[in-house]
Write a protein that binds this ligand. Structure first.
Ligand SMILES: C[S@@+](CC[C@H](N)C(=O)[O-])C[C@H]1O[C@@H](n2cnc3c(N)ncnc32)[C@H](O)[C@@H]1O
Length: 245
């Protein structure tokens, strides 16, 4: 999968994509991440990529011409097919299901805004999608682009060492994931639940499922409305609801 990231601050991407799973995914050819400097597509001698807002007010707005030029040059013939995503706090919320949807694409372009944002004509006539990573305002779209690349890339078959681990991740199943423990068995007197040492895979799976249901019910009950639940799950949730608070 190919990611083209358009930014005024290419140096921001230097560290995060050179570590861990994303680094390995690039080395193995599973993902190809290209960072493009929007300023390289300016035409004046001062390399102006932003300007004051029409109508007055503070802050600077990213100009449309360099962004349109950059996207056309970077995507070339792929322009008609590849989604062009504008990162904006006004976009649709980024969730695990949006990550799964994007992981189906062969190629994505991500436009990082900065300052007060980008000229509205980029949103109207160039972007095919607008994504927000949360209900807060960051200084730029660079961190949101990193978040999206990370969440999408780890879903690609072969990106993680253990594919089964991702299948049980929070949100992948519609629930929050069960708790994890590793050695030592006894840490400062806090011991690991004995069921996890029992060797009964069926019982361990049942415990994990019940823990996932309990966690979701306690922390994010809204998720239960859309979760894929079995009769056993529903029975367990009934038990939880009847527990004294
Ligand atoms: C300071 S923000 C501009 C916010 C804009 N004035 C508004 O109120 O909607 C600058 C840039 O950061 C990025 N950005 C900030 N918060 C974001 C979020 N929650 N999700 C995605 N992108 C965000 C966008 O690319 C945006 O153009």
């Amino acid at each position: 999968m190919r990611f083209d990231i358009l930014t005024l601050f290419p140096q921001m991407f230097v560290g995060p994509f050179q570590e861990s799973i994303i680094k390995r995914a690039q080395e193995s050819g599973l993902v190809d991440i290209a960072i493009h400097d929007i300023r390289a597509y300016t035409t004046d001698k001062h390399r102006t990529a932003d300007d004051i807002p029409y109508g007055g007010g503070g802050g600077m707005i990213m100009k449309p011409e360099p962004i349109f030029r950059a996207v056309a040059d970077v995507l070339g013939d792929a322009l008609a097919a590849a989604p062009v995503i504008l990162l904006t706090p006004q976009g649709r919320p980024f969730t695990q299901s949006v990550a799964r949807e994007l992981a189906e694409e062969e190629r994505l372009a991500l436009i990082c805004g900065h300052y007060e944002g980008v000229d509205e004509r980029v949103r109207q006539h160039l972007a095919t999608d607008e994504i927000s990573i949360g209900d807060y305002v960051l200084t730029g779209g660079e961190l949101p682009a990193m978040v999206i690349v990370d969440a999408v890339a780890r879903l690609l078959p072969g990106a993680l060492g253990d594919e089964a681990a991702a299948e049980a991740d929070s949100y992948a199943t519609g629930l929050l994931e069960h708790p994890h423990y590793t050695r030592p068995y006894d840490f400062r007197g806090w011991t690991v639940p004995d069921i996890l040492l029992s060797g009964h895979h069926g019982e361990v799976d049942r415990w994990r499922r019940e823990q996932a249901l309990r966690r979701t019910w306690e922390r994010r009950p809204d998720l239960l409305e859309d979760a894929d639940l079995t009769e056993d799950d529903r029975g367990f949730l009934e038990e939880l609801r009847s527990e004294p608070s």
